[in-house]
Design a protein around this ligand. Structure first.
Ligand code: FCB
Length: 439
């Protein structure tokens, strides 16, 4: 049989991604901690508890990441640790983050740091957080403090993680900690404030670190009408896609707020990104008319679904997302991509097929500079608690024991060799040979 190798560029970033609340443990000052304490908010009333105990032992998982051959990791900072009371900064917390960041450098792992990944200090929530204009000043000062304390160790920054998912889950779906006012009007206001926070943080970072690369991690899904649907259903799917995928980036590009968020320009917003970060997971079929929900829950025969019917495995979508993102004329990073798959039945083939699409995009000279797999190790999955396992490394939250999944071995081979090969498919996902390596 013919053998083939798909090579990636030598400076490609091979990474994994985590978020502070999901891995650190004991983030008692965060709105998520308070939210978790009330029954009914988290599946099976699971608790984050020690999470992956990163606050004490992140270095151990970083050892694993280094052994895996990764050279990059995306992590976030917990604002509620750094500023436990308004304007009161905790130097010990900043020192601990310095240690973790230094530990990455010591292991040849380049940090990408996210400033806001779904969690808020409790005091900020009491002040109305993203429904109050004060949030912009607070976010700017938090950013300035962090950049002064840690900036020399951080070449890449993400200001806000998945702003549209955050607003949707919190204001409309009610699955994330409640805002002061739920609902669409309040969510639209929050998007405006999140954009202002982003712009303020972008300039704060660039003033102190002109060489730093700053962007957002934008969840990008494929939204489609079923092929046999009416024209209006296709039009509707495009509108949803525009609202969810494109509107935020379009505003960051030209600095203008648009309907339904608002009107006018935001100072400093135009051009406030150096790269596009894409978090890609799946494709959704959109329903029209949208009675009883926006998204269809019906799947075609033969569709491969991740654990708990969480989403279709749709590798072409990562290529489509990259292709679409080229319109912004910036470098592109895949800042998250992964699936819940406790038994690791799908993840090896998921890795090969999604990375093949990334390779295909690079072959068309689309500027994809790195890939950060979600996630290095099983972690606390927000409202889904411990029911979803995204790790390349399995982790038992009771005992804290870790064990590499087969997909961890495969990712390790990919990272070390910076390529995808026929032999990998033979060993980890032979069913792919005919389609991935015909010949
Ligand atoms: C993304 C989040 C990340 C994690 C993955 C599975 O939407 O950014 O924290 O929950 O999904």
């Amino acid at each position: 049989m013919a053998r083939a190798t798909m090579f990636f560029p030598p400076d490609f970033r091979w990474g994994t991604a985590t978020a502070a609340y999901q891995v650190e443990g004991n983030n008692t000052n965060s709105d998520w901690w308070a939210w978790e304490q009330e029954d009914g908010h988290i599946r099976h009333n699971h608790k984050s508890g020690l999470a992956c105990n990163w606050w004490d032992t992140a270095e151990q998982d970083l050892d694993e990441a280094a052994e895996m051959g990764t050279n990059a990791h995306r992590l976030s900072l917990e604002w509620s640790r750094i500023e436990p009371e308004p304007s009161l900064f905790d130097d010990a917390a900043l020192d601990r983050y310095r240690q973790i960041l230094q530990a990455m450098h010591d292991r040849g792992i380049e940090p990408m740091v996210t400033l806001h990944h779904f969690s808020n200090p409790l005091w900020l929530v009491a002040k109305g957080d993203f429904n109050s204009g004060i949030v912009v000043d607070y976010f700017q000062r938090y950013t300035a403090k962090v950049v002064a304390a840690l900036g020399d160790l951080v070449p890449k920054w993400v200001t806000i993680n998945e702003p549209m998912v955050y607003v949707f889950m919190r204001y409309l779906d009610g699955k994330f900690p409640a805002p002061s006012r739920p609902g669409w009007a309040s969510g639209r206001e929050a998007i405006g404030h999140l954009l202002r926070c982003h712009a303020a943080a972008y300039h704060t970072i660039k003033e102190q670190l002109p060489e730093a690369e700053v962007g957002v991690a934008k969840h990008t899904a494929v939204f489609q009408a079923r092929p046999d649907s009416s024209k209006i259903a296709h039009w509707w799917a495009e509108r949803i896609s525009w609202l969810f995928n494109e509107m935020w980036l379009a505003s960051m590009q030209d600095g203008r707020l648009r309907w339904p968020v608002g009107r006018g320009r935001v100072k400093g917003l135009a051009g406030s990104f150096d790269f596009v970060g894409l978090n890609y997971y799946t494709r959704h079929y959109v329903k029209f008319p949208p009675f009883g929900g926006l998204l269809s829950q019906e799947w075609d025969d033969g569709t491969i679904m991740s654990d708990g019917n969480c989403g279709e495995v749709y590798p072409t979508g990562i290529y489509q997302a990259i292709h679409w993102a080229t319109k912004f004329n910036k470098p592109i990073f895949i800042t998250e991509n992964g699936l819940p798959d406790r038994e690791d039945q799908l993840r090896p083939s998921f890795l090969l097929t999604h990375l093949r699409e990334v390779w295909r995009a690079i072959s068309f000279c689309f500027p994809v500079m790195g890939y950060y797999h979600w996630s290095l190790v099983d972690n606390f999955e927000w409202d889904r608690g411990w029911t979803q396992r995204f790790g390349l490394i399995e982790m038992d939250p009771e005992t804290q024991e870790r064990q590499w999944r087969s997909s961890g071995q495969l990712y390790s081979e990919i990272c070390h060799s910076r390529s995808l090969t026929t032999q990998m498919a033979e060993r980890y996902a032979p069913e792919l040979l005919a389609t991935m390596f015909p010949g």
